[in-house]
Design a protein around this ligand. Structure first.
Ligand code: DAH
Length: 383
């Protein structure tokens, strides 16, 4: 008759951890004692199953132990009970009673263990409403987009609309109609990326004026934001792509005084309200006269020198010049009006163009232009 015990023990898995049955089933000892009185061998095999049930730590393992013992088709107790018909009446009485007690014991332990595991799982799922909430990660506009939007807001308030023009531009719009001489150095592949002999990656946003004026009737008052490209050696202050905003105002009697007032308003809004500015002459092919606006260097407060722990030395931001260049501007050249079909005897206009990176770097003390494109959140989340 030891094959009944064999059937039971064959199904025990040595990988099961064993636990303390009384912890699962408070009346385990009494029930085991009763079983031992009926049959010692079955009692021993049963103890293994109940210890395995007590030792499991998750519902999947519990199910495996349960199946090994109690599965209707292949469970150890099912198989052992199937032997009963072949036994003598006396054997049937003893083994049958023992197996039934044993099976009930394993079932009770399994049920108790399942309930406690399920309770534990529910407890783990319970929300602790007193925990502080987790702040969802929220993105924000890129620092350059912030500067751009601030400028667009400002110019919107001055009556300007936004005009976007292509980043891949025809040579003619980029240079010819903007009054660049045929041999101007900017037309060299050294400075400008050529896609083909007639097509460039625009090196500035000024060709937008030509497109806008060809399309519409005067008087336009427009700003042209966008990305520009230059064949530059890349370093801490140069990238081969960056961003500009050009502006253009054309009308019957637009004057240099209007330009100065506009630039003044821009500088007051974007820099400190009392920042000193200056306008000096400079050459651009598409304006006459052409000017450059500088603001007083913020790093040295216009002194050209700074004092720090290394002593007094030349200001590294303005290189001792006291001024930082902010933009180019001027009165639209008559040749540009002619190129777009406007009559320079009838209209005048001013234009200006500025770099967004430079403004953002000045404002936030950023010394490395490449950071704008690196998409390092540790950098970006500071703004
Ligand atoms: N397009 C010039 C550049 O990229 C900047 C500029 C100068 C724009 C004068 C203007 C202007 O609108 O009037 O260097």
């Amino acid at each position: 008759m030891t094959d009944v015990q064999g059937i039971l023990e064959r199904r025990l898995d040595s990988a099961w951890r064993r636990g303390e049955p009384s912890a699962v089933l408070p009346d385990y000892r009494e029930r085991m004692a009763a079983l031992l009185l009926v049959n010692e061998e079955i009692a021993k095999a049963t103890a293994f199953f109940v210890e395995a049930v007590a030792g499991v730590e998750d519902l999947a393992t519990l199910q495996a132990v349960r199946n090994a013992a109690l599965s209707r088709e292949t469970g150890a107790f099912t198989e052992a009970l199937a032997l009963m018909p072949s036994l003598s009446v006396e054997q049937k009485r003893v083994w049958g009673k023992a197996l039934n007690l044993a099976k009930q014991l394993v079932e009770a332990a399994e049920k108790a263990k399942r309930e406690s595991l399920e309770r534990a799982r529910e407890d783990a799922l319970t929300l602790d409403v007193t925990l502080p909430g987790r702040r969802p990660w929220a993105g924000r506009p890129h620092v350059l987009a912030q500067v751009r939007d601030e400028l667009l807001d400002l110019f919107h308030g001055l009556g300007y609309s936004v005009y976007t023009s292509p980043e891949v531009e025809r040579d003619e719009y980029n240079f010819g109609k903007l009054n660049f001489a045929p041999d101007h150095p900017a037309r060299d592949a050294h400075d400008t990326y050529f896609v083909s002999p007639e097509v460039v990656l625009r090196p500035h946003t000024s060709p937008g004026w030509v497109r806008a004026m060809e399309e519409g009737k005067p008087p336009p008052r427009l700003v042209f934001p966008g990305r520009v490209y230059r064949a530059e050696a890349v370093d801490a202050s140069h990238m081969d792509q960056f961003h500009q905003i050009d502006g253009l105002a054309v009308g019957r009697s637009v004057s240099m005084a209007d330009l100065k007032a506009t630039l003044h308003t821009f500088a007051r809004a974007i820099y400190r309200g009392d920042v000193p500015t200056r306008i000096i002459p400079i050459y651009f092919p598409f304006v006459e006269p052409g000017v450059q606006m500088d603001v007083q260097c913020a790093a040295c407060s216009g002194e050209g020198r700074i004092r720090d722990e290394h002593g007094e030395h030349r200001c590294p931001v303005c290189k001792g010049t006291r001024w930082v260049e902010v933009l180019g501007a001027g009165m639209v050249h008559p040749n540009v009006f002619r190129a777009v079909g406007y009559d320079p005897e009838q209209v005048t206009g001013f234009a200006f163009g500025m770099g967004l990176e430079r403004i953002a770097m000045g404002r936030h003390g950023i010394h490395e232009i490449r950071q704008f494109l690196e998409n390092d959140v540790r950098f970006l989340e500071q703004f």
